[in-house]
Design a protein. Structure first.
Length: 142
């Protein structure tokens, strides 16, 4: 059996993308970006119910944007997760340290030059420890 790999469509006029993703791993989203987002100028992504912390990997986002989204001017993200990689005793200090190290990746010159800023909200409840990572971008509409 011979399988032929198809090429993704060329979307030269696609400049603004807004996606709401549930249960989609970053690897899958990344391939979508590589295949289709070469011309986009604005990307808005909302990810819910997803424990894939790769969405909070600033180095990976930076590589994806530089390599495959050179025209991107607006980057909005909201990632809500319920971390599953907690320690056995559910030590919230360890979780916060891990999350803080991830958000620090978004403070490099790449992010600051573009005036793309982010915040992290870590909540504790008896039902779990939801975390929300989101863009704040105070200068976009000026």
């Amino acid at each position: 059996m011979h399988l032929r790999k198809t090429r993704p469509p060329v979307l030269n006029h696609l400049t603004h993308v807004s996606l709401k993703l549930n249960y989609i791993r970053f690897d899958q989203f990344e391939q979508l970006g590589i295949d289709l987002f070469a011309k986009i100028q604005a990307l808005r992504v909302s990810i819910n119910y997803n424990s894939d912390v790769a969405y909070m990997d600033g180095n990976r986002w930076e590589k994806l944007i530089l390599s495959h989204m050179p025209n991107l001017r607006i980057f909005d993200i909201r990632h809500e997760s319920w971390p599953s990689n907690t320690t056995a005793n559910n030590n919230s200090n360890n979780i916060e340290l891990t999350l803080d190290s991830r958000i620090n990746q978004f403070t490099s010159p790449f992010w600051i030059e573009r005036q793309w800023f982010f915040a992290l909200q870590h909540n504790q409840s008896r039902y779990g420890n939801p975390t929300i990572f989101y863009s704040t971008d105070p200068y976009r509409y000026q």
